[in-house]
Design a protein around this ligand. Structure first.
Ligand SMILES: Cc1cc2nc3c(=O)[nH]c(=O)nc-3n(C[C@H](O)[C@H](O)[C@H](O)COP(=O)(O)O)c2cc1C
Length: 189
């Protein structure tokens, strides 16, 4: 798969097969994130793998899904992610301004997951205090976001935006994701 194929193929997945992801594969994805660009090459982004079923279930309780179509977009029983990767910023390395580094690193990870046949959902809506306690995350590590992972059990489609950017499910339960047209984002087109 070339980079463009992965970019266009990647969609946020919120329904997963209950099939474990090998730890080595999770580490491979994080290794791809490791090679992302970083301001001043400081590389403040760190990761906590969550793969033990009990821990996954606890973290699952602390995240929110698909706000535009809640609760319809929540993974149902038997469709939950099988792992999370918590994305952390080490404030001992960089006090503030690490968000762009996180973005670059996470996108590397999400695209690499496409290559591995793994679905992902990048989650900003996280109860960070609870997750810190559950996973015992030290204070110097800011909990930026979470990535839910699993082999996909849905195939969302993208389409050109027609008046609304809100994703929706059609009568067959397929998730549609509107993307703004190229002419609408290049300001001198
Ligand atoms: C920074 C960020 C935070 C997000 N937070 C959530 C979230 O809390 N819950 C969720 O279900 N999806 C979340 N998403 C996924 C977006 O809803 C999704 O990327 C968007 O609808 C476009 O769909 P696509 O990823 O398939 O292109 C987040 C995405 C980003 C980039």
């Amino acid at each position: 798969m070339d980079v463009y194929q992965a970019i266009y193929k990647r969609r946020t997945i919120r329904k997963f097969k209950q099939q474990k992801i090998d730890r080595k594969v999770l580490e491979k994805l994080i290794d791809a994130a490791r090679f992302a660009p970083s301001g001043n090459n400081l590389q403040p982004v760190k990761y906590r793998i969550v793969e033990e079923p009990e821990e996954v279930a606890k973290v699952f309780e602390q995240v929110k899904w698909a706000g535009y179509i809640a609760p319809e977009g929540n993974p149902k029983k038997g469709e939950e992610p099988v792992a999370f990767i918590m994305v952390l910023a080490d404030t001992n390395i960089r006090k503030a301004g690490y968000e762009l580094d996180v973005g670059a690193a996470v996108q590397n990870l999400l695209l690499s997951a496409v290559e591995e046949g793994i679905g992902t959902c990048w989650i900003g809506s996280v109860n960070r205090d609870n997750v810190r306690n559950i996973l015992n995350i030290p204070e110097n590590l800011v909990i930026s976001t979470a990535i839910a992972l699993g082999y996909p059990a849905e195939e969302p489609v993208s389409e050109e935006e027609q008046g609304s950017i809100k994703y929706y499910k059609d009568s067959n339960g397929v998730l549609h994701v509107p993307k703004r047209a190229l002419r609408d984002i290049i300001i001198n087109s």
